[in-house]
Design a protein around this ligand. Structure first.
Ligand SMILES: [Zn+2]
Ligand SMILES: [Zn+2]
Length: 242
């Protein structure tokens, strides 16, 4: 009984704190940041995909406005790096969101105090990719999108360059933050393409080689915290992998 009373006292203290406006505001912010309302919306299927047998096929899907030549450039580079892992690279063309799906799961973040950017959860893309991979009957799939993302598994990771879902054999590369324009610098198409290739090679590297990163900062499997680190690394795997 005494124990129970103590518990009640503690609880009432919490409730008092709850009623303080400041605390309420804090809580609201926290809920907003976690994006708690959207967690269930993009629950991925639990079914296990068929076992990955290499060499296999990989499909590349585009979501956003990209140069027509981008697929060929990527294919050429992937061929040079992963030639023994794939027998085909397929261009799966463009993906366009329906308005309804596009608006789901968005989280707003401030880039600079008065400019808000809508971020989309990675699970939203995985849902699309899992479906598409099955439809196209391919082994792995990657989407390149100009839509900014936050990670569904780790909500603090925002504006990510890329992410891979090993279990479902799909990868995402997000290009908005690979653009010089994002940092208020003059656009540079060659530099942008190079970054897209590096991040694409990196995510496909995860699909084939697993979740580990490389300590060698010149290796394409090195984790990049910012674009400077991407620019510093090469498009190649270091000797550890080959
Ligand atoms: Zn990585
Ligand atoms: Zn390495």
């Amino acid at each position: 009984m005494v124990k129970f009373q103590k518990y009640e006292e503690k609880l009432s203290k919490y409730f008092q704190r709850f009623s303080e406006i400041k605390f309420k505001e804090k809580l609201k912010k926290l809920v907003f940041r976690i994006g708690i309302y959207h967690q269930e919306e993009f629950a991925l299927i639990t079914e296990k995909p068929k076992q990955l047998i290499l060499p296999g096929q990989i499909g590349v899907l585009f979501c956003g406005d990209f140069e027509d030549t981008l697929f060929d450039t990527i294919k050429m580079n992937l061929n040079a790096i992963f030639d023994s892992f794939f027998y085909e690279f397929r261009n799966l063309g463009d993906y366009t969101f329906s308005k309804k799906l596009f608006e789901k799961g968005i989280k707003n973040e401030y880039k600079i105090p008065d400019e808000r950017i809508s971020l989309h959860p990675t699970n939203k893309f995985y849902q699309i990719l899992i479906k598409k991979r099955k439809e196209e009957n391919i082994d792995m799939i990657l989407v390149i999108t100009n839509i900014p993302l936050y990670s569904s598994s780790e909500e603090n990771i925002i504006f990510l360059f890329g992410e891979t879902h090993l279990r479902h054999q799909c990868s995402i590369v997000s290009t908005l933050t690979l653009k010089e324009k994002f940092y208020n610098r003059e656009d540079n198409q060659d530099l942008f393409n190079e970054r897209v290739i590096k991040e694409t090679v990196h995510e496909i590297g995860h699909l084939i080689l697993g979740p580990k990163h490389c300590e060698n900062n010149l290796c394409v499997m090195h984790f990049s915290n910012d674009v400077e680190e991407i620019d510093n690394k090469s498009i190649y795997l270091c000797e550890k992998w080959v």
